[in-house]
Write a protein that binds this ligand. Structure first.
Ligand SMILES: *Cc1c(COP(=O)(O)O)cnc(C)c1O
Length: 380
């Protein structure tokens, strides 16, 4: 005899990000894309790479694009191609994925971390300007969570001080500000195609976009062993190997066709969160000049631990991006005590990323909202 507990309605878990679901919808196109690569055999540098570079540049609305191995390399190669290195400082928001700062370190420069704005947790242009000194060579604007940073303000600052302005667009494929896309708003932009990004490969991938074709050519040479574009046996500079695989380019061409629709679906998901979440969850503000792509659905909440416990108990996925700001990471402790960056420090304890995929349903969002509406709060 089996002993049965009280019957409860079976509730499917709510995944934080449902990649298999996203790929099931386009499975026939993916199958055709990678079979073509399997058959033609040009697994590195095949025709799909140049086609994707052209199509992605057109989507961004910029002259040139080169595929690379991942988003971190994209950032590092831009800085190297700009001639930034030892002795230079690069201004970086502390609220970002650590890769932004790692790329600065990788070229021998020093990241100078600055604070973010309380309403959207994007880099604060006033803080950028205050951090500029005699060694500053560049500013990296991070379009975090799928929203473009205040590029008009940052561009004015960069021009005033003669600095390069680099976009970290790893979370912002397709996002717009004042009608222009992320990737077309600075001197050069780095994209990541890590599987979980809005435009994701089935493995690692990245790209650099720029209106400056010469800069993109320098990145292309550096990323392919410093090879002379006209004679593959001549290595003009000591470069490295950082290429976008043909099979990933083939997958990305398929996924790029659905990117705008996927991003529109993400905007509907976040709009529904705004409607349904309780007062205690503040959804980050959106710039009225912009069109975000909501790589992540981030809220601020008072008692995060109680909320995450309740979500986990209900089978709902969640994340924190990021619990430790870069200026407090042990990896960057060598430059002395961390500066006080109070907005990012306060936000780190309050931010919570909720399930957000193009396929997230209203029913799923209602379940998240219900759990957050009555999660037990500690007395304050
Ligand atoms: C993902 C990410 C990167 C790094 O991209 P990889 O492809 O994982 O190397 C850089 N910056 C930000 C903001 C990211 O989210």
């Amino acid at each position: 005899m089996t002993l049965l507990g009280p019957r409860r309605p079976v509730r499917e878990p709510v995944p934080f990000l449902d990649l298999p679901e996203a790929h099931r919808r386009i499975r026939p196109e993916l199958d055709a894309a990678w079979s073509a690569v399997l058959d033609h055999g040009a697994y590195v540098g095949g025709p799909e790479v140049a086609r994707f570079e052209r199509e992605f540049a057109d989507h961004v609305g910029v002259g040139a694009c080169v595929g690379v191995a991942n988003g971190t390399d994209a950032l590092e190669l831009i800085l190297a191609a700009l001639g930034i290195g030892r002795g230079d400082e690069v201004v970086v928001p502390t609220n970002t994925f650590v890769a932004t700062a790692e790329a600065v370190r990788a070229v021998g420069a020093r990241p100078r971390f600055v604070d973010v704005r309380p309403h959207d947790l994007l880099v604060d242009p006033a803080a950028v300007e205050a951090a500029i000194g005699p060694r500053t060579a560049a500013v990296v604007a991070v379009h975090l969570f799928g929203q473009v940073a205040d590029m008009p303000a940052l561009d004015a600052i960069a021009r005033r001080h003669g600095l390069a302005l680099v976009e970290d667009a790893a979370q912002a494929h397709g996002a717009r500000l004042a009608g222009r896309r992320a990737g077309a708003l600075g001197h050069a932009a780095a994209f990541s195609f890590y599987p979980g990004k809005n435009l994701g490969a089935l493995g690692d991938g990245g790209a650099v976009t720029s209106a400056d074709a010469g800069l993109v050519d320098r990145v292309r040479v550096l990323a392919d062993h410093g090879r002379d574009p006209h004679d593959r046996h001549v290595h003009r500079v000591s470069g490295r190997n950082s290429r976008l695989d043909t099979v990933q380019a083939a997958v990305l061409r398929v996924r790029l066709r659905g990117l705008d629709a996927d991003n529109a679906a993400r905007r509907r998901v976040v709009a529904t969160y705004r409607d349904l979440l309780p007062e205690s969850c503040r959804v980050l503000a959106v710039d009225p000049r912009g069109e975000p792509v909501h790589h992540l659905a981030v809220v601020e909440i008072d008692d995060r631990e109680a909320a995450t416990d309740a979500l986990t108990a209900a089978g709902i996925g969640w994340g924190i991006h990021y619990p430790i700001p870069c200026h407090r990471q042990p990896a960057f402790a060598g430059d002395g005590p961390p500066p006080s960056l109070p907005v990012a420090d306060a936000a780190a304890a309050r931010i919570l990323s909720l399930p957000c995929s193009p396929g997230t349903t209203t029913d799923q969002i209602e379940r998240v909202a219900a759990v957050l509406a009555d999660h037990p709060r500690r007395d304050r």
